[in-house]
Design a binder for this molecule. Sequence first.
Ligand SMILES: C[S@@+](CC[C@H](N)C(=O)[O-])C[C@H]1O[C@@H](n2cnc3c(N)ncnc32)[C@H](O)[C@@H]1O
Length: 169
Amino acid sequence: MDFLSILILFFIILICIIFTGLLYDALWVPTKKEDYNRIAQLANLQPKMTFYDLGSGNANILFYLSKKYDIDCVGIEISPFWYFYSKIKSLFYKKVKIKYGNLYKHNISEADVVYVFLLPKTYPKLKNKIDKELKKGAKLILSYWPFEDSKPKNTSKKEGSAPYYLYQK
Ligand SMILES: C[S@@+](CC[C@H](N)C(=O)[O-])C[C@H]1O[C@@H](n2cnc3c(N)ncnc32)[C@H](O)[C@@H]1O
């Protein structure tokens, strides 16, 4: 294979990695590492809690939080690339589980905290799932966009960074 073919192949793979999620509820954009502790504080994470990331991408937030806060983490991811990447990495983190597929096909009733960084167009369907499955007292954190029709219980804002919105069932 010549250099140009390799380059074209590389860009096709890159585009697939980033855009698979866009066929569903969001393209892949990772949460910034500097925001992990803000999210943890907003959720008031305590040891032994179970934290879900719906559309977990590279799942880096889960690997970080599981160790730092001694919590169980579950990621659900639809992009095969990010699923395999994070699944393999999770073999080295006994408190992180990665599941493959559409988040709407996985039950989230075990979650104490659910983290969501998806496009707001998905919120009506997401709300439906949350209403049906999330246990009483469990928390939901939305990145960037709040629900339009309900007020968050708390908000974390920092200049130049994403806002995060906390809801509690
Ligand atoms: C904006 S990224 C956020 C990634 C990760 N949660 C983070 O904060 O770093 C959204 C992720 O959701 C995935 N995704 C989009 N729709 C999905 C669906 N219906 N089920 C599972 N994953 C989905 C995309 O593939 C992408 O990796």
